[in-house]
Ligand binder design. Sequence first.
Ligand SMILES: [Zn+2]
Length: 279
Amino acid sequence: MWIDTHCHLDAAEFDADRGAVRAQARAQGVALCVIPAVERSHWSAVAQLAARQGDAYALGIHPLYVPQASEEHLLALDRALTEYQGDTRLVAVGEIGLDFFVPALCEPAVRERQWLFYTAQLKLAQKHQLPVILHVRRSADLLLKGLRQCPVVSGIAHAFNGSAQQAGHFVAMGFALGFGGALTYERALQLRRLACDLPLAALVLETDAPDMPPHWLYQTAEQRALGQAQGRNSPAELPRIAQALADLRGLAVHDLAQASMRNALRVLPKLAALSLTGG
Ligand SMILES: [Zn+2]
């Protein structure tokens, strides 16, 4: 059995067939999906979706949505975390973090605003005793700085793509690192090395669906120019991504399933109270 620790099932890409996508993943052994919200207008939708599908969710403001967010949204997040605190399916604050890859987000004023939203949400995670799900993109050192100033119980550095040293700092702070479709590309040498070298106890698996398609779904720029849409990632891909990681590590896929499940329950402890058989 598998847990997809990061899956945007509320995304519009799944509007036409969300139930079928989830059922297909369940048939592939994906017992639980963690659905992180990206902005305020999605909070009640992810909570309802998780309840309907027997999954888990996180509430937060994603760095890509910070330019449109107001400080009032941080107060609203505090209220929502209080309101939902008895909900066993609310397992983390997320998706939060810093993105210094997207050019528009690298303007000094926007960097500062990202930092404000990131640190304010860390404080809310601390206050509500919840782990965090972090978006890391050219930002690992500053994310770590925030965590040193405002330690949280645990969390996941999702789609991790930093150095081994940065990975070690996250692990020392009680975090797991999320790996997904990116490691299925042969040219992802540094990421693959990291995924091999890290202690098994530091890894969790994720698809980040509908984004981050594994190589078997990826359409090249030429294919897209010819009119083929980019392949849509889905949580049903998780076992095949896991097989790729197991092969890289020379591990039986069954052992990876057990270890990654154990790790997910350790860093997102509220998952343990949820049924792994659906509903
Ligand atoms: Zn995400």
